[in-house]
Design a protein. Sequence first.
Length: 339
Amino acid sequence: MADIKSTRTFWQRPEGRTGALVLALLTGGVILGIYTALPVLVSLFSTGIGLAALLMVLGVILFMVLDPKMRNLIWYFYKKSMRWITSLFVKIDPISVLKTYIDDLKGNVKKMHRQIAQLRGQMHQLQEIIYNNQKSIKANIEEASAARQREKRNVMILKSRKAGRLKESNKRLEEMYNRMEILYRVLRRMYENSEILLEDIKDQVFLKEQERKAILASHTAMKSAMDVVKGDGDKKEMFDRALEAVADDVSQKVGEMEEFMVMSEDFMNSIDIQNGVFEEKGLQLLEKWEQDSDSLLLGSEKEHLLINSGDDETLDLNEPVKKPVREENHKNQYDSFFD
């Protein structure tokens, strides 16, 4: 099974924090024990038998520290113990964690679908205002032209200025609509990718749960310990590391999804369609996201959506948002984690 780069080290996991605390307590206990027993140790050094016993203990400790196989064996049992202790208080089973993310994703996908519908409604309103303004601009220009022919200067100036104000208003509204269109395209693509992600995770959990049960059925602490001593590695631990890598990746994507939904909701709430304005904070949040690093959920699609928005296809707001269906030859994005 390949080494997964995204897997956290032991110390970065929940059991690692437990291990650090236990190690600190053990170190403190050893120091306190040595300090308390110092008079006894000094007296033992004064006898040949005592000195031999102390040297023997020291030799055993040095052997345990310097011998790679013994060191790996001790490290293995230490990690297993810390994992067991941690599991009493925290959910660390990777399958259970992934099932939690599945529930989170289901809720987020539904919420994102509602956001898309809300944004689409705002864009419809904005389109109608822009269209009505365009009609008013045309009518005012025609009236100004007619007034000019009739040499009614005041009417001509009044209608020309009104047409100019409407043009300026439409310029702001079209800028707002372009921003909303980018947001709409990104939300739709995120929604589609999240649906595929959800299906991939569900498949992985179903399959890997069965595999993990089979591994656990043939797994014993002594057999795993012997494998570690031989340098073969613990198959259960390697399998769980791959599952944890999947969970880490999903966690980051779910986090990105939730962060983007909060940002998009703030942007939509900052829009005043009737007055053709939006708060600077909402625009800054959207611009910050556009300038940030690549998206885990969108990948290279993010740059394409930002650069080519509106150029590659006409956006049809009346088209319903369909639930994406995976292609027949679709390759699960997490299969490589277990190669």
